[in-house]
Design a protein around this ligand. Structure first.
Ligand code: SF4
Length: 260
């Protein structure tokens, strides 16, 4: 069962101090990517979840009951997001939950967090399910950096191992998907993990390319990586503050989420 800490408090605009609460539903157990900083033993960090948590995936029925009870208890909940514990778009449960929520809780804002690999082909379906907010994890734009970050992906039941083809597929799906979301009036936010020596030189390019699409919000994520990246140095506070200021010259809103 979810704890209070699983309800994320989101700051929409720090200066105005307007805020709302977001309920995160873990209904998606499987993932179609292998990120080198993840072991899949905990919740998906790409999607901005706390990497210390291991949420057991709820069944669609449990998730809808939980959403209904939580919203009744807490009137500040405005957004319900499917964000893990694996990749939401790779699991049919995500669509089943959204369908059920639409019929019993139609006045809420729905969101998903995704690694973007299937976004390009599923925007229409998400729109039909009333999804208004999409968070996409986007950590690099060059093939070189993408090949450092990811080991393999699954596309159409086939594994594409670390290669230029894998990198191209990731970036095309993510950017085509984000463009379609923007064209469909969905709001897009980008989650980017900051790894010194791996993607630090990419972050401004990530922000610039997202800005070209009209993205206005970015979340810079800091955490202690696992898997192949275990032991990698995490950025220090000065580096984080500097990077945030540089990113803010490009993207209007840049928040930092640190799990260290
Ligand atoms: S997308 Fe990456 S970080 Fe998220 S669960 Fe899959 S492998 Fe882990």
């Amino acid at each position: 069962m979810l704890s209070q800490s699983d309800q994320k408090v989101c700051y929409a605009d720090e200066k105005l101090s307007t805020w709302f609460e977001e309920l995160s539903l873990p209904v998606a157990p499987l993932c179609n990517m292998m990120c080198n900083y993840c072991t899949k033993e905990k919740d998906c960090i790409n999607n901005g979840n706390n990497p210390a948590h291991l949420s057991r995936a709820m069944t669609p029925r449990q998730a809808v009951n939980w959403a209904y009870a939580s919203a009744k208890r807490n009137s500040r909940i405005k957004t319900i997001r499917i964000s893990g514990p694996g990749e939401p778009l790779y699991n049919s449960q995500t669509f089943e939950v959204l369908k059920r929520l639409n019929s019993c809780m139609p006045d809420y804002i729905y969101g998903i967090s995704t690694n973007g690999l299937l976004l390009d082909e599923l925007v229409k379906e998400l729109k039909e399910l009333n999804v208004q907010k999409v968070n996409v994890s986007l950590n690099a734009v060059s093939n070189l950096a993408l090949m450092k970050l990811y080991s393999r992906i699954i596309v159409n039941n086939e594994i594409i191992v670390n290669s230029e083809a894998m990198a191209t597929r990731i970036i095309e799906s993510q950017f085509n998907g984000m463009k379609k979301c923007m064209d469909s009036d969905m709001s897009v936010k980008v989650n980017t993990i900051y790894f010194p020596g791996i993607n630090d030189r990419e972050l401004l390019s990530v922000a610039s390319r997202c800005k070209e699409l009209g993205v206005k919000s970015m979340c810079l994520i800091i955490f202690n990586p696992r898997g192949k990246f275990k032991g990698l140095r995490i950025p220090n506070p000065t580096e984080i503050a500097f990077m945030r200021e540089e990113l803010k010259k490009i993207i209007k809103r840049v928040e930092v989420k640190s799990f260290v």
